[in-house]
Design a protein around this ligand. Structure first.
Ligand code: CAO
Length: 262
């Protein structure tokens, strides 16, 4: 039988449980909780919505040597007009000229999903990495602008975005987008559509790679990879491929852009 005295004796003699001194691993995890605001809040909303769209992905490579030589020649001329000339204005102009052939890629799907809205203006959006986060202002009416005019607009938008002073008018009514992630790094990407646009292209970093010449010799070539995403509800893969071929041709043979001058 267990008597009361037995229990008292047991509890009095019970060895105390030794607890090891807390180590840093046992301390509550150190966390920091911040409100999501500004550009990140806008990104959260738009990207969540965009990923409800079935995306079609298409990738290709572009030989950049001819364009790099031409840009090198033109940098000083642009500078004398107070404009910094990067590759972007060429990518944008080539896209605009190719859009003239494939206007479906500069369209949007109506809210009722029964009509396609074709847009005459090529308001080409540019994903910009800013101290405040991602923002996609657009250059209006690229179909009417020269490469130098597009470069000047890009300079203006870059400065406004860096100073956090980009205007609402620069952010609305985009019709097509490009994302030059290659200015930071990377080869391929999966760009996410900017609603209600139906096509976006991401550009990788230009890399010098071995390729075969027409004579079968191995030659060094500057290669740019492009990754397109399109709204597969209204755009089929063949259309993206044909559009990309035209865009690529204008970059690989930039003198062909002369034929588009008015
Ligand atoms: N490959 C190699 N070099 C590149 C390049 C590429 N794809 N793109 C740009 N460069 C070079 C430029 O030639 C320039 O070099 P120089 O000063 O020697 O001429 C340098 O990189 C910096 O270019 P830049 O960034 O000032 O100008 P840009 O017109 O090429 O790009 C912009 C402008 C706004 C697109 C870019 O600054 C940017 O923000 N890129 C990031 C986009 C991004 O975040 N995309 C992801 C979106 S999804 O989150």
């Amino acid at each position: 039988r267990v008597l009361k005295d037995d229990i008292v004796a047991y509890t009095q003699n019970k060895p105390s449980v030794e607890r090891p001194a807390p180590t840093t691993q046992d301390e509550a995890p150190r966390t920091r909780i911040v409100d999501i605001g500004g550009y990140t809040r806008a990104m959260l909303k738009t990207m969540t919505k965009s990923l409800q769209i079935p995306h079609f992905g298409y990738k290709d490579e572009v030989e950049m040597d001819a364009l790099m030589a031409i840009r090198k020649d033109l940098v000083a001329q642009a500078k004398s007009s107070g404009v910094k000339l990067s590759y972007m204005p060429f990518f944008i102009k080539a896209a605009s000229v190719a859009l003239l052939e494939y206007p479906i890629l500069n369209a949007s799907l109506s809210d009722c999903q029964e009509k396609i809205i074709y847009k005459d203006d090529h308001n080409i959006g540019l994903a910009m990495d800013t101290p405040q986060g991602l923002i996609v202002p657009n250059i209006k009416k690229c179909q009417e602008k020269s490469i130098l005019e597009i470069a000047a607009e890009l300079n203006r938008l870059q400065e406004a975005c860096l100073n956090g002073k980009v205007g609402t008018q620069d952010l609305v009514e985009g019709t097509f987008s490009l994302s030059n992630i290659g200015s930071i790094g990377g080869t391929y990407a999966f760009p996410v559509l900017v609603q209600p646009e139906v096509c976006i292209g991401a550009l990788g970093r230009i890399r010098k790679l071995p390729r075969f010449s027409p004579a079968g010799e191995i030659v060094p070539v500057n290669v740019l990879n492009v990754s397109w995403s399109a709204d597969h509800r209204v755009i089929d893969g063949a259309t993206v491929s044909r559009f990309s071929n035209v865009w690529k041709n204008y970059l690989e043979k930039p003198h062909a852009l002369l034929m588009t001058l008015k």
